[in-house]
Design a protein around this ligand. Structure first.
Ligand SMILES: [Zn+2]
Length: 457
């Protein structure tokens, strides 16, 4: 049992002074509130008290969509001519060079950067099941990625991709039969069932990567385990004619016709949904995972986030293929990208219920909405949820002067100006240290660099 105190604690959707978080030995939050009240609780007797003066405590960020191996495209992916050239000329050639060691080392690098900028849960949409020289097959690569997360101590939801279409050489690394993909996904889910820090979810890749039987199989598994499945949908304008030709309807309607659109569906991107589809997503209770910086980088377009929020769709955030793996950057980009086309400000907060005119909705997209999209019990500082917490230093100048007063000024500074890589000083996952004094608790960056260099040699 440990009692974490700080100058400000984010609870009940705002920063409050003089409060603390009590985390049980089971890794779950046992209480939040004023320090004196928590200390009176019988379960707090004997708790180790840790004071963080000059800090604020928040729920850790939840990065709901990433492909960690794509961190290896740094230095070699940004001068593509268009999305197709990026995929065919950069992404697939990289995939053909990968093996288990490179996949594991890339995950270490990506997750380390996420951890150091305040992420405590990663949603890894993983699809490179086969690799160079016969590496991988079955769940070996997925398990290597999970192992990297375990070594760092970060929580992972492994979105195990199910992919059976495509004839390009790079796609051979992804493909499995429907039966194999379903069996492997179930087996991985079962193998990780006893690990509090690991969740496994089905992820049919997309309409162009997964056949209708594959998508149905994924939806069936999601129903069995009572957790969401993830699918890329309507990312590029060309996804519309593809769906029309193959299914006779637009992408989300195609999913709905398959019986694969429900409260267990999380669609990734959703940029090219028409108005009827946006209402359909709301009506069916599905979630959306949004990746604004990647959408900018790949020239995908601008999703109608304010409209989706107004209709009641839960929107989570991911770094996807972005070179920088910092979820606070994504929160800010959600709003800024809307401003480019709306020619107004305050658009996302204005569209979200109960925003109090602050950056609160943006912060919640990157925290509690991520927990919903991944089906994990985290994202808020609330009794019963996992003790996934970050401590930011109020001495970091990127938080000044908002840090002087706390409250909404501090929250606005966290979302709109904080340099997370320097401000995030500590973090815990299920109460266990992930970041200590601005460094990884369980590995060093030198060790990660050595592994990466060896793997890529
Ligand atoms: Zn993606």
């Amino acid at each position: 049992m440990q009692l974490l105190t700080a100058d400000h604690v984010f609870l009940d959707r705002r920063f409050a002074p003089g409060c603390a978080v009590l985390i049980g030995d089971d890794g779950r939050i046992a209480g939040v509130g004023p320090v004196a009240e928590l200390e009176m609780l019988p379960e707090a007797a004997g708790a180790t008290r840790r004071d963080f003066p000059g800090h604020a405590l928040l729920p850790g960020c939840i990065n709901s969509h990433t492909h960690s191996f794509q961190v290896l495209l740094r230095g070699n992916g940004d001068n593509a001519r268009n999305f197709r050239d990026w995929v065919d000329g950069h992404l697939y050639p990289l995939v053909e060079r990968l093996d288990e060691r490179a996949i594991a080392a890339a995950a270490l690098l990506a997750y380390a950067e996420m951890a150091l900028s305040g992420t405590t849960t990663v949603g890894e949409f993983f699809y490179v099941h086969h690799g160079r020289n016969g590496s991988g097959g079955g769940n070996r690569h997925a398990e290597a990625v999970i192992d990297s997360a375990r070594r760092l101590g970060i929580r992972i939801a492994l979105l195990r991709t199910m992919y059976d279409l495509g004839s390009k050489p790079g796609q051979a690394s992804f493909r499995e039969s429907v039966d194999d993909a379903a069996a492997n996904t179930r087996a991985l889910h079962e193998a990780c069932a006893g690990d509090d820090l690991v969740a496994v979810r089905p992820a049919p890749h997309s309409l162009h990567g997964a056949s209708e039987p594959m998508i149905r199989a994924a939806a069936e598994i999601a129903g069995e385990i009572g957790a969401p499945f993830h699918i890329h949908l309507a990312e590029q304008e060309g996804d519309l004619p593809f769906a029309l030709e193959k299914y006779g309807v637009s992408p989300l309607r195609a999913l709905d016709r398959m019986g694969a659109l429900s409260e267990l569906t999380a669609i990734v991107h959703g940029i090219w949904l028409d108005e009827g589809e946006r209402q359909l997503l709301a009506d069916r209770g599905g979630a959306l995972v949004y990746n604004p910086l990647t959408n900018m980088a790949l020239g995908d377009g601008v999703a109608r986030i304010p409209d989706l929020l107004k209709r009641g769709v839960s929107v989570a955030l991911g770094t996807d293929a972005n070179n920088r793996l910092n979820l606070f950057d994504e929160m800010r980009a959600v709003e800024y990208l809307q401003r480019v086309t709306a020619l107004e400000m305050g658009i996302v907060p204005g569209a979200a219920p109960a925003s109090r005119g602050s950056a609160l909705p943006l912060f919640e997209l990157g925290s509690q909405c991520g927990a919903r999209a991944l089906g994990i019990e985290s994202g808020r500082l609330e009794p019963g949820l996992w003790g996934d917490v970050i401590a930011i230093s109020l001495d970091d100048p990127s938080l000044w002067p908002g840090a002087f007063t706390g409250g909404d000024d501090l929250l606005n500074a966290v979302v709109y100006s904080m340099v997370a890589q320097t401000a995030v000083r500590h973090s815990w996952v299920a109460g266990r240290p992930l970041v200590v004094d601005g460094r990884l608790a369980n590995l060093t960056l030198d060790e990660i660099r050595e592994e990466l260099e060896r793997a890529l040699a």
